[in-house]
Design a binder for this molecule. Sequence first.
Ligand SMILES: Cc1ncc(COP(=O)(O)O)c(C=O)c1O
Length: 423
Amino acid sequence: MKDKRILLCLCRMGGHEMKYVEEAFSDNWVVPLGPNVDGFEHDLERFLASGPSPTRLDSPEPGFTPTKEKRAVALSAGTAAIHLGLIGCGVEPGDEVMVQSFTFSASANPVRYLGATPVFVDSEPETWNMDPVLLDRAIADRAAKTGRKPKAIVPVCLYGMPAKTDEILAVAKKWEIPVVEDAAEALGSRYRGRCCGSFGRYGALSFNGNKMITTSGGGALVCEDDEAARRIKFLATQARESYPYYQHEEIGYNYRMSNICAGIGRGQMEVLDIHIAHHRHVQQLYREMLGGIKGITLHDNPSPVFDSNFWLCAATLDEGTHIAGENDAYKNCNASTAVSAHTDSKPDAAVEALRIALDSANIEARPLWKPMHLQPVFASSPAYVNGVSESLFRRGICLPAGPWVSDEDVERIVATIASSIRI
Ligand SMILES: Cc1ncc(COP(=O)(O)O)c(C=O)c1O
């Protein structure tokens, strides 16, 4: 009999999701507002204001300073949250926005929804997130070339790993440009003990089905205060002015979270700490088991300042590491949707061979995100690159993580990797 399929990452129900959903049905709150939406926002706000993680496995950074409680606005998607965050920063057609290149396309797409141009900034090798030194240079160059400053900065906490937040905020302060933190993958990650998503003028969270918690699909925008949250709620509900009749003076969006989805979210908040602890446990198992295997390096917290939730566990094949079958890896493309696996830039054959070996053992693995500056859809966008994200994309792979992955699963994954490596 074939081993069960191990999926990359999938949320698990486990709190009292049905109780909240049933309440919504029985009270006829089947609309995009209501007690679950309010309750979920409140739960998120409390969580975001909480101190250093109780589930951290290595030694925490001392000297945590609590943040003023932020406001959370529950929305239909993390992408919607980024979109509204950019509007909140005043992004308009013709503007430029500095965006981390090494990310999922949803970090950059909302810039284009607004008729603005994403300017991509490469990563530094420690966190794999936006390089603050390159960011500073890129902003100076944009200002010199266009005579205007970019309107916002979008750093990402990729795979849950916090960015070099102090340094990025210092650059943002120097240039007086607001930050929209893309913390879609980073609920429960902390930087200097403080939750990711709570540092910028806005922070975007995602509750898609594969994230730390799910509302089946959904997101939230973390805002600085009540006034900012009121403005975002207004924009998210078709910008309806407060008149007894329908009066519209601005373009609005239908982006509010449904009360049913928020009910799932309230139940999921009850198991968030358990999910975070499990992601960290899985990372710890990879640390122990991959640690003894030559040719592969696990992505990990660079120092105690960083406290990733390890949404996905990611690793890179060392230069010179070979994988059995790599000569044929791209010959027979088995991707279900691709016409061909060949583009100008793709993972090395060794990575594709490892992905195929894992897939044959019924284990889902994926290449790291393909940087945005390599994506045809963003070919006309300026990019400031240093080779880091291109090298990670060539050599990296995401391994299964999350609440469904057992200790035995990690053993099976690591055994498959070990038997595939040819140094
Ligand atoms: C880095 C990043 N940004 C933004 C998003 C968008 O979130 P959503 O799928 O909830 O729209 C995602 C996830 O899908 C993501 O991984």
